[in-house]
Design a binder for this molecule. Structure first.
Ligand code: PEP
Ligand code: MN
Length: 337
């Protein structure tokens, strides 16, 4: 539920209400607005003596949150969340582009592509060190060696970095290197992993599960938020349908739906949706036009030799062209790129 405080409520009154809610076994989540403060209270409402709260000084009203997810909902927070990754914003006026190869393969090749995507205007570098592969015989990633290369590329380019964690046992390791922790589609409902990633306090990029509804996806985000981490970025990466012409089916409608249901920023991964590099530009343009806050795109210097996801990777030249082509679309929807 939401405790709406009066515009005149003092800091002490807000604190007292939080204390009282804690006594009733609730977790509190204050949101300080320009006019009013509201306190999100998560817990078992049967244990709450509502009267004891409504009668407290400074309290205006109590409003229940009807949705199954609470902290992720627009009901709790009306203003959009802007996730700040060391100065790079996701969810603000600017469209944020993340780019890089699917997997980190070697320092030399990674550095080369990192500088190219930077030159084209990407703000965040992607690269997998722990890869979730369908086959156990496929390249599984360079693991910590890959994380070291990623960190060196951040150092060299000044870009921020995002990389995936697959296992709760690696959360501390991955988090010690990266700026954004990626939870992949296959792990969207790995609740322990979500909680562990949430507890690091680092921004978390949460991909939509292969067959997850938007509600299930927002419930997954709720696990991260309820671990005390407000910095969640949602990522639509295509879902499983009966269609086989593309690797997955991009769900463009998820963008406006998520914007209505949640305050969290949403980006789109056109690469894993398309499965083929040729479709990536069209899907990228569509995503920006539909209101996405950013994109995460796979780029490889030599896609035919890539150890992972080569067929869906853009060359640096195609990526640079796409960045140019996206500018008027961003402008048309009132965004900057
Ligand atoms: C990836 O980003 O390389 C990846 C494995 O993505 P997804 O979890 O969306 O399949
Ligand atoms: Mn990939």
């Amino acid at each position: 539920m939401i405790i709406v405080m009066k515009p005149s409520a003092t800091k002490e009154q807000i604190c007292d209400v939080e204390k009282k809610l804690t006594e009733f076994g609730f977790k509190t989540h204050p949101i300080y607005g320009e006019v009013k403060t509201v306190i999100g209270a998560i817990g078992d409402k049967r244990l709450l003596n509502t009267q004891a709260i409504t009668s407290m000084p400074g309290v205006e009203s109590i409003v229940p949150i009807m949705k199954s997810y609470k902290l992720a909902s627009r009901e709790l927070k009306q203003t959009p969340t802007i996730v700040n990754v060391g100065g790079v914003e996701i969810g603000g006026e600017s469209i944020t582009i993340m780019a890089g190869p699917c997997a980190i393969e070697s320092e030399e090749s990674y550095m080369a592509v990192a500088f190219k995507v930077k030159q084209a205007g990407a703000k965040i570098l992607r690269g997998g060190a722990f890869k979730p592969r369908s086959s156990p015989y496929s390249f599984q990633g360079l693991e910590e060696k890959g994380l070291k290369i990623l960190a060196a590329a951040r150092e060299a380019t000044g870009l921020k970095i995002v990389t995936e964690v697959l296992d709760t046992r690696d959360v501390d390791l991955v988090s010690s290197y990266t700026d954004i922790i990626q939870i992949g589609a296959r792990n969207m409902q790995n609740y322990k992993l979500l909680q562990e990633a949430g507890m690091t306090g680092k921004p978390v990029l949460l991909k939509r599960g292969l067959a997850a509804t938007i509600e299930e996806w927002l419930m997954a985000a709720e696990y991260i938020l309820s671990a005390g981490n407000d910095n969640v970025i949602l990522c639509e990466r295509g879902i499983r349908t009966y269609e086989t012409a593309t690797r997955n089916t991009i769900d463009m409608s998820a963008i406006p739906v998520v914007k209505e249901l949640s305050h969290l920023p949403i980006i789109v991964d056109p690469s894993h949706a398309a499965g083929t590099w040729k479709y990536v530009p069209a899907l990228s343009k569509g995503a920006i036009a539909t209101g996405a806050d950013g994109l995460i795109i796979e780029v490889h210097s030599d896609p035919t030799c890539a150890l992972c996801d080569g067929p869906q990777s853009l060359t640096p030249a195609n990526f640079a062209q796409l960045m140019e082509d996206l500018k008027p679309i961003a402008q048309a929807v009132g965004r900057k790129l």
